[in-house]
Design a protein around this ligand. Structure first.
Ligand code: HEM
Length: 437
């Protein structure tokens, strides 16, 4: 029972201790509950490749349903999942991703300008990063059509998103008003009215797929009207919710690690000067992102050590074997990119932050990357926003290194907190100034 409590309240140190004792895959029992923790790549490969009959995702443990709605891909399985995901996937096609590059860079510039106005005092960059992520996702989803309502949508959603990062036990259905759940429900009503109004406006404007550059248009244009209006609303909230805390956490850890290693910041700056240079933001394109290979490696190395999702759930639908482990029907399976990313027999000096292992991998590190780097998951349930998130973090990091000097106020790496999404316990406290050299 202690292990279960530790996994829900303080997952990273609990996992470290359990993995040291039992290895990367093990079973935990507490009262009537059995959980399988899976971190061995040999077990992860078949687990993540199989979705349909052996495992469920949209199961009773999935506390997200309340926020994202019953028509969301994230709480669906089988054919419903395939249809909902399939109708949303084209929204993330390469040509749309490329069109979002100037949005991301201009939002980073906005963050830098707002930050420089604060002067020399230390402040927490984590909430500033959340605002950046929220602004990007709203523009990517809705284009600039929402205008001033973009910030309003982000602001009304904040209580619902904050609810999403509460420990799982506190999210169980609750009859009392004035709780976080009630506040989240209220917030969602506000967001729904903005989203439904926008869907309605676009349906009346009857645009074609050729016009579609934002995600909402792409979902509306999905072949044969594959998604109903309420399903489009549910995917919209899902994309905001699934991308919000994860990307904010990824940005926080990446900045902590990069700013805490002056040589890395210097190398990021040299690359950004070469690739971004003085090119007008509107002209930045896919070539730019491909040129930022060192920034991409820094992000990947940060996500290896600090995957925002420490683990992700499945439920076994029948008795099955995972390697030598017998998993009973009904068992909750938590697969963990955190465990896989730190295995000492795969990664050289696994606790060291070393972007070179991604920038110039030798054969051993390449094998580890292929088999055990999975902060975005793998297979048919892998993160649908992977390319967007990776590009967003890479561009933001490169632009920040190009424009600002940054110093961490505390030298030691903060503790990770949060069960569903993991973030640094005391934020990212920094001093930021305009670049001096
Ligand atoms: C650093 C940022 C991110 C990380 C680390 C991350 C991580 C993940 C992981 C691990 C999964 C798969 C869980 C599983 O298989 O059990 C997932 C699924 C998902 N992610 Fe992300 N994510 C990030 C950003 C985003 C963004 C920006 C979006 C949307 C714009 C997004 C949307 C989704 C959705 C909708 C799913 C569910 C897919 C499905 O059920 O088929 N994520 N993410």
């Amino acid at each position: 029972m202690r292990a279960l409590r530790g996994l829900t309240s303080d997952p990273c140190p609990t996992l470290d201790a359990l993995v040291a004792e039992h290895g990367p895959t093990f079973i935990v029992r507490g009262g009537p509950m059995t959980m399988a923790i899976v971190g061995d790549p040999a077990h992860l490969a078949p687990l993540l490749a199989t979705t349909t009959d052996a495992f469920r995702w949209g199961h009773v443990f999935n506390v997200l349903g309340f926020i994202v709605g019953p028509g969301s891909m994230i709480v669906s399985d089988g054919d419903d999942h395939k249809r909902r995901r399939g109708a949303t996937q084209p929204a993330f096609a390469r040509r749309r991703l490329d069109a979002w590059i100037p949005i991301i860079v201009s939002e980073t510039d906005r963050l830098v300008d707002e930050t420089l106005k604060r002067g020399a005092d230390a402040f927490d960059l984590y909430p500033v990063g959340r605002t950046f992520v929220r602004r990007v996702v709203v523009r990517v989803l809705f284009g600039d059509g929402l205008g001033d309502r973009a910030d309003e949508l982000g602001a009304v959603l904040e209580p619902a998103m904050t609810y999403g990062v509460q420990p799982a036990l506190r999210q169980l259905p609750h009859p009392l008003p004035f709780t976080r759940r009630a506040r989240a429900r209220e917030a969602l009503r506000g967001a729904d009215s903005i989203i439904y109004e926008e869907i309605d406006r676009r349906r009346r404007a009857s645009r074609s797929d050729d016009d579609a550059s934002d995600v909402l248009d792409a979902m509306l244009a999905a072949e044969g009207g594959a998604l109903s209006t309420s399903e489009i609303r549910d995917q919209t909230i899902t994309l905001i919710a699934a991308g919000y805390d994860t990307t904010s956490s990824g940005l926080a850890w990446t900045l902590l690690r990069a700013a805490g290693t002056p040589d890395v910041w210097k190398a990021l700056r040299a690359e950004a000067d070469r690739v971004l240079g003085h090119t007008p933001t509107a002209q930045l394109d896919g070539e730019t992102v491909r040129g930022l290979s060192y920034a991409d490696a820094v992000v990947r190395e940060s996500l290896r050590l600090h995957p925002p999702g420490v683990f992700s759930p499945r439920q076994a639908q029948r008795d099955l074997m995972l390697g030598d482990f017998a998993i009973k029907k009904g068992t909750m399976i938590l697969w963990s990119p955190y465990v896989a990313g730190r295995l000492a027999d795969l990664w050289d000096d696994p606790l060291e932050f070393r972007p070179a292992r991604f920038a110039e991998p030798d054969t051993r590190q390449q094998a580890a990357i292929n088999g055990a780097w999975m902060p975005y998951g793998r297979g048919p349930r892998a993160c649908i926003g992977f390319a967007l998130a990776q590009m967003e973090l890479t561009l933001a990091l490169a632009r920040l290194a190009q424009r600002v000097d940054i110093a961490l106020v505390r030298a030691e790496v903060p503790k990770p907190i949060g069960m569903i999404v993991n973030r640094p316990d005391c934020g990212v406290v920094v001093r930021v100034g305009a670049r001096q050299s």
